[in-house]
Ligand binder design. Structure first.
Ligand SMILES: [Ca+2]
Ligand SMILES: [Ca+2]
Length: 427
């Protein structure tokens, strides 16, 4: 009897529920809405309540990191070594994530690129293309972004009254654009006296044959791109830890009024970094080489310096005048003298030879790879930076990126000797 009554009750309840479902379906959908987030046709969360649903907006800032994948690694400024190409700028950082109590995806994300000069084309929401202007100098590209988060509805229901959150982010990247000089007139680059470049076809050089120069004419043509060195640019890190001013003539000992203009091949920076990385791997712990000479203008290069009967060590077709060479030492104790790399208690040409072994290894690898970083190298017992004084005389090594080997296919090498300085010049 009881069983019959219970069954009857269940049948009545089901009938009532069925009637309600058919008559008032929204009641059941309302339950469903309470439990599942609404979906759009793409399966994405539907737009959330508009920001005006809450009374306040809280402002926060965040940092945006921009990088240039084709540039030499630097934190300071991108050295534009090809002004005709398009430089891709990438956004490396993510938008800030939603704090607790906020819908996980932003209500809106808006970004805007700004260029000071040059031509900028946004590619997508993560990158843009920039073409340098015709004018030399420092150029800044900026990216600004706003990200709006709105509080979850459940938080409003709990009467917490969270404000909207508006994040504002900004990122900048700077480029150092060189001056383009198709032809150097009267030995001047924008008024800065560099002197005359030696004529490839009237070579009277004693250190390099006229045939070799003409066979590699591309290496020995006057540079067309010039970087301005002045108070605002000299300390900019242009690659790894190297500053632009380090490749200018030694301002401490041979000051001349700014601005200066220098030629600088990015390959010499790449080679110095390869050399450092290789030596670090063998236990030589240092961040960078000390640059004794980077760029030398042909006018300065040709000038005669005599000290104690010794003349200048420089050759007419020196790779320094093309920004393709560096005379370097390792000087961790900052006494301007090469450190004792071979541990024999003294600093002499043997310590330069320690570095030469690694240059040899690199150059042979570059030759196998057909790399333009292949070059010449020479070790010296002392430099001709006479102004640095006798105590600062130091052995050093010259490395360059001339881009070719000798006629036998070997990297070009030489040894500078005090007594032969007048006859055996550097390249
Ligand atoms: Ca030292
Ligand atoms: Ca030594």
């Amino acid at each position: 009897m009881r069983l019959v009554l219970v069954s009857l009750l269940i049948v009545i309840l089901l009938a009532v529920a069925g009637y309600l479902f058919v008559r008032f379906p929204e009641m059941f959908l309302w339950v469903q809405r309470r439990t599942l987030p609404p979906l759009t046709t793409q399966g994405e969360p539907a737009p959330q309540p508009s920001p005006c649903a809450t009374s306040k907006t809280e402002h926060r800032t965040f940092e945006i990191r921009l990088s240039c994948p084709d540039a030499l690694p630097t934190e300071d400024v991108v050295l534009v070594f090809d002004p005709d190409r398009t430089w891709s700028i990438r956004i490396d950082s993510a938008v800030p994530s939603a704090p607790d109590g906020y819908f996980p995806t932003p209500q809106s994300v808006k970004g805007i690129w700004k260029e000071q000069s040059g031509k900028l084309d946004p590619v997508n929401d993560r990158s843009a293309d920039w073409i340098p202007p015709n004018q030399e100098g420092l150029c800044t590209v900026e990216f600004e972004q706003t990200v709006l988060y709105t509080p979850l509805k459940s938080e409003s229901l709990l009467n917490r009254r969270l404000p909207n959150l508006l994040f504002r982010g900004k990122g900048t990247i700077r480029f150092l654009v060189p001056l383009h000089v198709a032809e150097i007139v009267d030995g001047k680059v924008n008024g800065f006296n560099v002197g005359k470049y030696p004529n490839l076809y009237k070579s009277r050089s004693t250190t390099i044959s006229a045939e070799r120069i003409r066979a590699h004419a591309k290496t020995y043509l006057p540079p067309t791109l010039w970087y301005r060195v002045d108070e605002t640019t000299k300390d900019l890190v242009i690659a790894w830890n190297y500053r632009l001013g380090e490749f200018d003539l030694d301002q401490r000992y041979r000051p001349s009024p700014y601005p200066h203009y220098i030629a600088l091949d990015p390959n010499i920076l790449r080679k110095l970094n390869d050399l450092k990385t290789r030596m670090n791997a063998d236990g030589f712990s240092f961040d960078k080489f000390d640059i004794l000479y980077g760029f030398r203008s042909p006018g300065y290069n040709r000038s005669e310096h005599v000290k104690d009967g010794e003349t200048s060590l420089k050759s007419a077709f020196s790779l320094h005048i093309y920004g393709k060479a560096a005379d370097i030492l390792i000087d961790l104790n900052r006494d301007l003298v090469m450190d004792d790399l071979n541990g024999d208690g003294k600093a002499d040409i043997q310590d330069a030879r320690v570095i030469l072994r690694y240059v040899d290894e690199l150059d042979h690898r570059y030759l196998l790879d057909g790399s333009p970083l292949v070059g010449g190298a020479g070790v010296y017992p002392h430099h001709d930076f006479w102004e640095r004084g006798d105590v600062a005389q130091s052995p050093y090594i010259h490395v360059d990126v001339r881009g070719f080997a000798n006629e036998q296919g070997n990297p070009i090498r030489w040894i500078g000797k005090n007594t032969l300085a007048r006859h055996q010049q550097s390249e």
